[in-house]
Design a protein around this ligand. Sequence first.
Ligand code: ATP
Length: 316
Amino acid sequence: MKNDSTQSHKEAILTAGLTKRFAEVLAVDSLDLRVRPGEIYGFLGRNGAGKTTTIRMLLGLIRPTRGRVELFGKDVGTERASAVAASGSLVESSTFYPSLTVTENLEIQRRLTGSTHSDLKEAVALLGLGDLVRRRAGRLSLGNKQRLALARALLHRPRLLILDEPSNGLDPAGIVEIRKLLRRLADENGVTVFISSHILGEIRQLADRIGIIHRGKLIEELDMRKADIGSTVRWEARVSEPSRAAVLLREKAPGYQITSEGDGALVISSNTHDKAMVDSGLISRVLVGGGFELRALIPEEEDLEKRFLRLTGGES
Ligand code: ATP
């Protein structure tokens, strides 16, 4: 599983203006993603946010309405076969031949990808499928089916793994095991991992970077390797006419993220994660100067969980 040094300067995944519309649903909206070789990128979003649609476009399984995808510098739209050859994937509904055994299912993939017998053995060992090799795929538990799907994805030693909610059906021990495996593949083999999930807790322990997708848009990217990512400071302003106040703040205090909580409060947070303090003096001057009644301006720590919920919670 060596990286091709001539390609190593290229992004493992690059999307530019990637968009998919299904009739009236804008499932993915102008997505610009850059995933670097060797990193684990967590693609986080609530149900229906657009994760699966994005992944299908990354793999060339559906055509974008607009925009393009490159994998290691190769355009998926114009040279799909060679672009996707370096990747292994696990998308939502993995299908197997139910009456064939685990080994037989993997053997089919081995031949399709021109992999060796030792590749097959290694994939079986990596996923702990040794005791199940003679079990029919149709008889496997959901968790073991996921393991088989991962073994199949890894069989040809891809440089890039694209996984759509791979923890589905796994018990907590299975989730930890898969997390360790992915970490090892990234650290020891330089494999790039793009993994989607709707569960922050699952992704935060694994990913080097997290991209949050909401209603088809990438609304935030977080670098988990930065020490101060854990929490950011936000201010809650209790103010008259919060919607109008938000408009004024967006104009007069650019660089801050302003959301209204619905109960008359505005949340003002810094777009950076370096704990840059929000300039509360400026906030109060703008609000009071604009004729609003400022009842309170309260600082609070916001952890990642709260932040994710706020950003994807449906507020404007
Ligand atoms: P989940 O975690 O629930 O799978 P997701 O983030 O993967 O969600 P998508 O499956 O990509 O989200 O769906 C994004 C939006 O696009 C949703 O509103 C969904 O209903 C819509 N959508 C997806 N596929 C189609 C399709 N083939 N036809 C019409 N609408 C679709």
